[in-house]
Design a protein around this ligand. Structure first.
Ligand SMILES: [Zn+2]
Ligand SMILES: [Zn+2]
Length: 279
């Protein structure tokens, strides 16, 4: 008998006792065979047994994907609402001015022409994702045939609409509504934005905005403090963003102190007045 052969080399797979294990699970450490060894999205280089790979805390990106798969996001509801407004607007045009070779009729027809795209988008028809890019361009083109303005100027007017449409087209959460394949990297970014201590992001945003709107400074401090209590580095996956929370709090405190210093004279007067009332 040779002691050079490690005991673990002859250990069978936990799930398949007739097969020798080829490795251990990265989470539970259980012995597993090649058939059991499972890769998990976003955790490249680690292998898990089937039971661990099915856990939502291990396979959190897959859990996130399933959570949003085929479910309407904020953009979809916005497109649906705008479509409703377009229909109401078109009907109002027809009722108010009737049909004829006028501006009003053209406007109403344009609004009605965009409505099917909006409805199909709301219902999740794949073609509508691409078609949503067209209405701003079509509007610019129709305007070009009607008014004596250069095309570049009209395209410039349509560019905010085009940028929004392009933003929706690229949005990962919206792509999940349309049940399109998205990369692990994109899911990871979505998870980071949605579930990795979003309150800390909010605290930093409030702190930055408080530079111009000092009334937001107390909220930056409060949000930052609450966000710090939500940090959980032992969770799977870890919840962090301490930097954001502390940054927001510091900005809030600095801005509050600065304004307290600037307003120290009137504040002292108010305090004195309050004390004289009590005394
Ligand atoms: Zn395991
Ligand atoms: Zn096995």
């Amino acid at each position: 008998m040779s002691l050079e052969v490690p005991v673990s080399a002859a250990v069978p797979c936990v799930a398949h006792p007739e097969v020798l294990a080829g490795g251990t699970c990265s989470r539970c450490g259980g012995f597993m065979c090649a058939a059991c060894s499972t890769a998990v999205l976003g955790l490249e280089g680690q292998r898990f047994c089937a039971a661990c790979a099915a856990r939502p805390d291990v396979n959190y990106l897959e859990a996130l994907r399933q959570r949003f798969w085929g479910r309407r996001d904020g953009w979809t509801w916005t497109v649906g609402f705008v479509t409703l407004l377009l229909c109401v607007g078109a009907i109002a045009c027809f009722v108010a001015w009737g049909l004829g070779p006028t501006w009003h009729t053209l406007l109403a027809v344009l609004m009605l022409a965009a409505a099917p795209v909006g409805v199909a988008f709301f219902l999740g028809k794949p073609w509508a994702r691409h078609a949503l890019l067209l209405p701003p361009l079509v509007m610019a083109w129709v305007m070009w045939t009607q008014v004596s303005q250069p095309l570049w100027f009209l395209l410039l007017c349509a560019s905010p609409g085009m940028l929004v449409a392009w933003g929706i087209h690229r949005d990962v959460r919206n792509q999940l509504f349309f049940q399109r394949p998205v990369t692990a990297k994109a899911l990871r970014v979505l998870w980071d934005r949605r579930l990795n201590n979003p309150l800390a992001r909010q605290a930093l945003r409030l702190g930055v905005n408080a530079v111009l709107m000092p009334l937001l400074a107390p909220f930056a401090v409060i949000f930052g403090a609450v966000a710090l209590t939500r940090v959980d580095l032992k969770a799977s996956p870890p919840i962090d963003r301490r930097g954001y929370a502390i940054g927001g709090m510091l900005l809030g405190i600095v801005i509050l102190s600065a304004w307290g210093y600037v307003l120290r004279a009137p504040l002292r007067d108010i305090a004195r007045w309050l004390m004289s009332r009590e005394g």
